[in-house]
Design a protein around this ligand. Structure first.
Ligand code: AMP
Length: 431
């Protein structure tokens, strides 16, 4: 266990109002000896599960959260912490830096927002936590999570992303908001205009770090981190851990504990996958055919291109199936309303390009369809992470034309499992 960490630890304070923070328990049991080579510690799921059952039930109560947060968790209807929460929350509460290897759908957002809310209870009304995310959609979801779990904590949170006006963001930032959730590009604009200062920042979260690097945000992250005090807590979450992310962690984290849910690159276990072999020109008809099944009541379809997404929507509408497209050519308000209609169950089918691939918290998706096979094997894992979220089951179908056979094989090698083939008579290669 690393006890030499000199970092400033947030004082543990009572909750705002009358609620008192409960004593922290359970964290010590979860932190094994450090690995000298990487200066990291590895916790595996089995260890954490064992620690949790030894702690008699391992519910949220064992995590030692304050009443205000427990109340909000109860309102959210969560019976038990997810494995990543069980591991990450006590460590983060103890002020440790963390590398969370978890994709969306594992409950990772609560895994970092709950300990941050605990830390910010009481104390000065200054910007003390910053969460960097790759996309505006993810920003909004993280902001929502802070509102959900912090609803009795009296904290202020703002999300800051491009594609919308500055005024609301400027006013909120200048008022001295507690938590800022931001995409790197827009945040740099605000830093340059001195709308926000991170002089008092205590916690930095790099969420979906692999995605931020994929999107070329490394220089922006570097510029932002340069404005943050070095004595801070840094939490990094990533669905995958390529060398670039490990390098990022080495640069910005101090003696991080690695918490990992499931195998690297493993696909969500609650998801049933199938590959549908289908000639390219018949994909739209196959989709319409599959959508005849009633149980496909909330379907997220991924296409490779924006034009492809629009074409699929047009085809579905031509056969009487309501669908919306979500891609970068749509305005922010169009994207938000498409997402809202889908979340509310008003549209059954949402056809999206990569921007929607990660971070979307759309509970209750019944099916994900890869209309085009993803170009990167890891994208497959992220995409199907949209379904089977937080232990619900979901189906993931991949349409594979002749050109895409090799890519499916690569995906199968990456996830280390064969995806069963399903043929629909009249639509497969033989017809
Ligand atoms: P995330 O991985 O953070 O995107 O969360 C995935 C989904 O799981 C969200 O819809 C959360 O509301 C939900 N969730 C988070 N924690 C729990 C929990 N402990 N029990 C049940 N659902 C949860």
């Amino acid at each position: 266990m690393v006890t030499t960490d000199k970092r400033k630890k947030a004082p543990r304070r009572g909750a705002r109002g009358t609620a008192k923070a409960a004593p922290r328990t359970g964290a010590k049991a979860a932190a094994p000896a450090p690995s000298p080579a990487a200066e990291t510690e590895h916790l595996n799921l089995a260890q954490a599960e064992a620690a949790a059952s030894a702690a008699d039930g391992g519910g949220f109560v064992e995590l030692g959260l304050s009443d205000v947060v427990m109340h909000a968790i109860k309102d959210a209807g969560y019976a038990l912490p997810t494995p990543i929460q069980r591991q990450a929350i006590p460590l983060a509460l103890n002020g440790r830096d963390l590398m969370g290897l978890a994709q969306t759908g594992t409950g990772k957002t609560a895994g970092f927002s709950i300990p941050i809310i605990e830390r910010l209870l009481d104390g000065p009304h200054r910007t003390r936590a910053l969460i960097l995310t790759p996309t505006r959609e993810l920003c909004q979801q993280v902001e929502e999570a802070f509102r959900k779990y912090g609803k009795y904590a009296g904290l202020t949170v703002v999300s800051v992303y491009g594609g919308v006006g500055y005024d609301i963001q400027v006013n909120a930032l200048r008022d001295g908001v507690d938590v800022v959730v931001a995409t790197p590009g827009r945040l740099i604009d605000h830093l340059e205009k001195q709308n926000v200062s991170f002089d008092d920042l205590e916690v930095l979260v790099l969420d979906e770090a692999d995605r931020m690097l994929d999107m070329g945000f490394a220089p922006q992250i570097q510029r932002i981190v340069a404005t943050i005090p070095p004595y801070r807590q840094t939490l990094l979450f990533s669905a995958t851990m390529p060398p670039e992310v490990e390098a990022l962690a080495r640069k910005y984290l101090r003696k991080p504990v690695v918490v990992q849910v499931g195998r690297r690159s493993s696909a969500a276990t609650t998801v049933q996958h199938y590959v549908y072999p289908v000639p390219k020109q018949r994909k739209a008809e196959l989709l319409a055919e599959l959508l005849k099944q009633k149980e496909m009541d909330s379907v997220l379809v991924f296409t490779r291109t924006k034009q492809g997404a629009d074409r699929v929507v047009r085809h579905l509408e031509s056969v009487g199936i309501e669908a919306d497209a979500l891609h970068a050519d749509k305005s922010q308000s169009q994207r938000e309303s498409a997402l809202l209609r889908f979340k509310e169950g008003k549209t059954r089918v949402l056809v999206a390009t990569d921007i929607a691939q990660r971070g979307l918290d759309i509970s209750g998706i019944s099916h994900v369809i890869n209309y085009d096979v993803p170009q990167q094997a890891e994208d497959y894992v992220h995409r199907i992470g949209r379904t089977g979220r937080a232990a619900q089951t979901g189906d993931a179908y991949t349409f594979m034309c002749a050109d895409e056979i090799a890519m499916v094989k690569t995906i199968e090698r990456t996830i280390n499992q064969e995806i069963p083939r399903r043929s629909v008579v009249g639509y497969d290669f033989g017809t």
